[in-house]
Write a protein that binds this ligand. Structure first.
Ligand SMILES: Cc1ncc(COP(=O)(O)O)c(C=O)c1O
Length: 367
């Protein structure tokens, strides 16, 4: 709270300004420091729900959703599960999300979005993504913003970007063209505990429409200090009592500066490309994604020619047990794959070389 914790309020205000500058988003946006991208997505979509319903004359904060106009949520085929959960918590119905077709690298297709939106009459919320969990694919954000802008003339339409994985790429001059158009959205979520390498519990929600964000999150009680001019975290967050989690973001930004953040993002992307190159040189190994960011998706073909899924999964366990690297396993387009996410500030060429060797061994020592 602002009055009992003025230091935290001031620190949040400064960190919020730095983040907007670093990510080159409208400087007037409101910012919430939350546990992670799950809650950041929830906060952003709560603001979205408030705004699109307010614009059709419905006060969702006062009256809830009973009898409210239908709000349609649209998201790419490869939307992260946390969007579904946020939509569920907000009472908009996870199963009602309109799925929009994606391309080979799991990026939402803008023409498919335009087609889907043309069938929707009322308020709509479009969820785009900057960094798909398996491929790292970044939706074509400018083209998606064009589609949304056209639709805004017809009915309230909100564009949200889940940038949990990729948004900090905007700190780098070399990487930021990949995210062109992101600044045209209405809300953004990201995680400092990914590319910024802070400890866990450092998600960030950014909203262009401060009023909607405030209406969706604020809380007043007679025993609390009266609202004042200082930033009060209680106005922007779902929690009441909470730790001063912006401290870790503040300290990291203060220590790294823009150059340091850009360096981590650029190096991780370079290391991901290097890793992909090495994987392609292993006979029977396949890189399944276009490496756009720091994600590399690998499938291993069974040398016995029998079961690639089982072989990939078994090799993953061997690789994890080797202690060299700990990628996770996934299923992408129905096939088992190993998912490398190069996110650590310290990962270098030697780590990549060791990982390629360990992967090769896990692959060839099978059976
Ligand atoms: C695209 C995307 N959105 C949301 C999340 C959820 O993030 P968190 O675990 O910080 O809530 C993740 C996690 O990896 C993600 O990749």
């Amino acid at each position: 709270m602002a009055e009992p914790s003025p230091g935290v309020s001031a620190l949040e205000a400064v960190t919020a300004d730095w983040l907007l500058e670093l990510l080159d988003l409208p400087r007037t946006c409101s910012v919430a420091f939350v546990t992670g991208a799950q809650i950041a997505n929830l906060v952003c979509l709560a603001a979205a729900r408030d705004r699109v319903l307010t614009d059709v004359g419905w006060d969702v904060e006062a009256d809830g959703l009973v009898g409210a106009p239908v709000v349609t949520v649209l998201a790419g085929e490869f939307v992260h599960h946390t969007i579904g959960k946020a939509v569920r918590i907000l009472g908009l119905g996870e199963a009602r999300i309109m799925e929009v077709a994606a391309d080979d690298n799991a990026r939402m297709r803008p023409e498919a979005l335009a087609e889907a939106l043309s069938t929707v009459t009322g308020p709509a919320i479009v969820c785009a993504q900057a960094g798909e969990i398996a491929t790292g694919g970044i939706d074509p954000l400018a083209a998606i913003a064009d589609v949304v802008d056209t639709r805004r003339h017809q009915a309230p339409t909100w564009l949200h970007i889940d940038g949990a994985i990729g948004l900090f790429g905007r700190a780098s001059a070399a990487l930021s063209p990949k995210f062109a158009g992101a600044e045209r959205a209405d809300s953004w979520c990201t995680d400092a505990h990914k590319w910024l390498n802070t400890p866990y519990d450092c998600g960030i929600a950014i909203v262009r429409d401060r009023e909607a964000h405030h209406r969706a999150m604020t809380l007043h009680a007679s025993y609390l200090p009266k609202p004042g001019a200082a930033r009060d975290p209680i106005d922007w967050n779902p929690e009441m009592s909470r730790r001063a989690r912006a401290t870790a973001v503040y300290a990291t930004l203060r220590s790294l500066g823009r150059t340091g953040v850009a360096e981590i993002a650029e190096r991780d992307c370079r290391m991901a490309c290097l890793l992909a190159e090495g994987v392609r040189a292993i006979p029977g190994a396949e890189v399944c994604n276009e490496v756009e960011l720091n994600q590399v998706l690998v499938r291993l073909h069974d040398p016995a020619g029998q079961d690639d899924d089982a072989h990939t999964r078994a090799a993953l366990i061997r690789l994890q047990a080797s202690g060299v690297a700990y990628p996770s396993g996934t299923t992408y387009r129905g096939k088992a794959a190993i998912r490398f996410s190069v996110a650590n500030w310290a990962t270098d060429e030697a780590d990549v070389a060791e990982t390629i060797e360990a992967l090769s061994e896990a692959h060839t020592r099978w059976g």
